[in-house]
Design a binder for this molecule. Sequence first.
Ligand SMILES: [Zn+2]
Length: 403
Amino acid sequence: MFELVHKDTRSRARIGRITTPHGVIETPSYVIVGTDAAVRCLEPEDIPKTNTQAIIANTYHLWRSLGDEGLANFPGVHKEMQWNGPIMTDSGGFQVFSMGASREHGVGKKPQIADRKSLIADEPVEKGVVRVTESGVYFDDPSTSSGNNNGEEVYLDAELSMKIQEQLDADIVFAFDEPSSPLHDKEYTRDAMERTHRWAVRSLEAKTSLQKIYGIVQGGTFEDLRKESAEYIGALPFDGIGIGGSFGSSFGSSTENTLKELEWTIPFLPERKPRHLLGMGKIADLFYGVEAGIDTFDCVIPTREARHKSLWTSRGRMDIGKGVHGTDGGVIAEDCGCPVCADLRVERRELHQMFKIKNPEAGRLATIHNVYFFNDLMSQMRDALREGRFGEFKGEYLGRLAK
Ligand SMILES: [Zn+2]
């Protein structure tokens, strides 16, 4: 499934090829988020124009929106998306934990994921609280709650996650895991990691399809736990490795913490399996992640920020909603080869105006540009690696962004 093509001599970075029944992913690569089996704002025919190599759909959202009957009749993510390239689905666990935490504590607040006292007991779920048991996770679904009424109780475990992911029929699936928060103490983080390991074995046993499956390393912010988890998950017969956690500033983490966690994890992983960093994809993260030995990344940044008027260029981020762009006749970026900049030559003032009058075409054009931009950046990284100048490319690129 994974071919290691080239290793950098000065870092752990590498070039590889992940082969799936729907084509090859040249790595390092971005995996574009298509939450509900669609890339938000894009038509199916737009996706090839962005040079996207792979898409990750969201098991939790698809499961909750389709229901059991909808899933049983689901044509598979490729047909649903009308896209014939490689697709991944996540395990659903991260949404259960992060949505529970965000409901309990407010979005962006530091989450406290589980009440340790109720870990094993099978009591009714408390409002807005995720309850973890040995068998799986109980969760009060916020999308079905209103006012003071609790939402519908949801239960998800390794076997159900595997079953849903088989019905969704992506090329690559993920084992069910419990992401740990940087705020958990070591005792809880160890418990969650050991549960993740048992759920990894159950996920492997439950999978009956020919889909490729990635196991997920946890261990939070603790060096010895990260190493233990890398060695444990690395030794199981998974096709690839996901590196999980609650990364990102909204979970009280930082790029620096993540880099440390990668340093504690990657040397203990088998070299011949592809490594996916879950949910991280800012420009600096991509450079540092590639340097640390990550092969694929997924993150909502390119698509979500496009919808919020944030456009990425080789000089940094631009807010196209700002007044200064209202009279600017230039394209988003002269050095961008995307269809919006290079072919349609959409002017900044046109895009500014389209956002202003809430023309849905604005989100589409901005998304095409941003997704192309991130895919192109990864392509430039692969070229730099191939030519043995990744360090210089990184220094020059990040130095320019810092100005
Ligand atoms: Zn562009």
